[in-house]
Design a binder for this molecule. Structure first.
Ligand code: NDP
Ligand code: 2IT
Length: 420
């Protein structure tokens, strides 16, 4: 991000202002941290830490997901919240940026334990959020089930119902249709735009490696299959499941059953070839035309990026947030032909449809899935255009999206009188 923004600091007219605005944005407006006590199924008490980073409200209420994972700490949430500011700016909706979560590890926990944890988390969090203040959603370890339990507790505590205070809710109580699919579908729509525009090609028949097997990976895979691409991998933190001829619809159904219903590991699936202790970025003999990292940050290091380049990979589209390390990014930049689209553009469809859920809730109504899909496609086309325009004649798409997001927020800071 900083590498793309730095050249703006020498702009003869606005350089000093851009520098001040960037520095202003590097610290969150507010950050809260709290205890989350909860009881396991044996009656034993545990206490985890929860956080909410309210990073920037320049464009609108703080907006961003909640992550439950043992690696969560304030530093990780700050980098995620920082990225979220510029991603949300690119959606074209009036959304500020935030992120939150807990170091709670949901793996292996019963439904009752998850519910008790979510209720306790919301007992603390509810005092900081609101439909016009801060609107959390899901991220790693937080899906529809967790959002439901948190919203249930929010309703009990506040006597406010039908509020767009959380997004990613069930369509039974205000959730927008297509939110579960939005991040993965959006990443593939973005890849389609870039491949058609820059390579005059399509995804049809191409070998696409997907990492992760959670929400984003599941629906990126679904849309890639719909478009005739071969999904050659998915993964989890224990290993990689490889489909050399592409995942079939039956394989995808098995994946969904395993992950959404049984909540089990990829190693238990009877389809594909399971390679323990590997990710799609470490398997030497896997053909990859396009990479869709959809697991977590720093999953593609310089070796992974070099391996992708040696295979002739033509595009990296980040479904996850910051999945390529700084050294891995250098490898991609050296290869000037590869289409590299950062998460703040490629995965913006998730928060974009969350923004639509807020509008839907404010209107006390429901929108048809087809309507939401059209709006998601338009939004991704808009993000692609801003990225291309931001790149100008010589810049990369990476620079273009970083600059377009930043400039929008910087100009808002000036008009609000917050930076002058
Ligand atoms: P899920 O919890 O649904 O799935 C996460 C997946 O990533 C799992 O397969 C998990 O494997 C794997 N994973 C997590 N941590 C690691 C790790 N340290 N090493 C290897 N694999 C890991 O999360 P999502 O699909 O929602 O999120 C995936 C990424 O997409 C994240 O970077 C998130 O920030 C980003 N994102 C999500 C959006 C959303 O709407 N959900 C929107 C935009 C971005 P395991 O089960 O073994 O942990
Ligand atoms: O990283 C992200 O954009 C998300 N986890 C989704 C945030 C949201 O508010 O829908």
């Amino acid at each position: 991000m900083a590498l793309s923004i730095e050249p703006l600091f020498s702009d003869p007219v606005n350089g000093d202002f851009y520098k001040k605005a960037f520095l202003f944005l590097t610290e969150p407006e507010r950050m809260v941290s709290f205890h989350v006590p909860w009881e396991d199924d044996n009656g034993e008490q545990h206490v985890n830490r929860g956080w909410r980073v309210e990073f920037s409200s320049a464009l609108g209420p703080y907006k961003g997901g909640l992550r439950f994972h043992p690696t969560v700490n304030d530093g990780i949430l700050k980098f995620l919240g920082f990225e979220q500011i510029f991603k949300n700016a690119l959606t074209g909706l009036p959304l500020g940026g935030g992120k939150g979560g807990s170091d709670f590890d949901p793996k292996g926990r019963s439904d009752g334990e998850i519910r008790r944890f979510c209720e306790s988390f919301m007992t603390q969090l509810n005092r900081y959020i609101g439909a016009s203040t801060d609107i959390p959603a899901g991220d790693i370890g937080v899906g529809g089930r967790e959002i439901g339990y948190m919203y249930g507790q929010y309703k009990r505590l506040t006597n406010l119902h039908g509020e767009g205070v959380l997004t990613g809710k069930s369509p039974l109580f205000g959730g927008i249709k297509l939110r579960p699919e939005a991040t993965g579908f959006g990443a593939v729509y973005m890849a389609q735009h870039a491949i058609e525009d820059k390579l005059k090609s399509t995804l049809q028949g191409s070998h696409c490696a997907v990492s992760g097997s959670g929400n984003v990976a599941q629906y990126a895979s679904r849309m890639l299959i719909n478009l005739g691409a071969k999904v050659v991998s998915v993964s989890d933190s224990n290993g990689c499941l490889v489909f050399r001829d592409g995942m079939t619809n039956d394989d995808w159904d098995q994946l969904i059953e395993a992950k959404q219903v049984k909540r089990t590991r990829l190693s238990s699936l009877s389809c594909g070839e399971y390679i323990p202790s590997h990710s799609p970025w470490t398997v030497d003999d896997l053909s990859i035309d396009y990479a869709f990292p959809c697991a977590t940050q720093n999953e593609i290091d310089s070796d992974g990026a070099s391996l992708l380049m040696s295979k002739g990979c033509k595009g990296v589209f980040e479904g996850a947030n910051l999945p390529v390390t700084a050294q891995g990014q250098e490898v991609l930049r050296e290869n000037q032909k590869v289409l590299y689209i950062p998460g703040k553009a490629a995965n913006a469809g998730g928060v974009g449809v969350s923004g639509l859920e807020m509008s839907q809730n404010a209107g006390k109504t429901y929108w048809a899935k087809e309507k939401v899909d059209v709006m998601l496609k338009d939004m991704m086309a808009g993000v692609y255009k801003q990225m291309k325009d931001g790149a100008g004649e010589d810049g990369s798409l990476e620079e273009g999206c970083n600059r377009a997001g930043f400039l929008k927020v910087a100009h808002a800071l000036k008009e609000l009188g917050w930076v002058y």
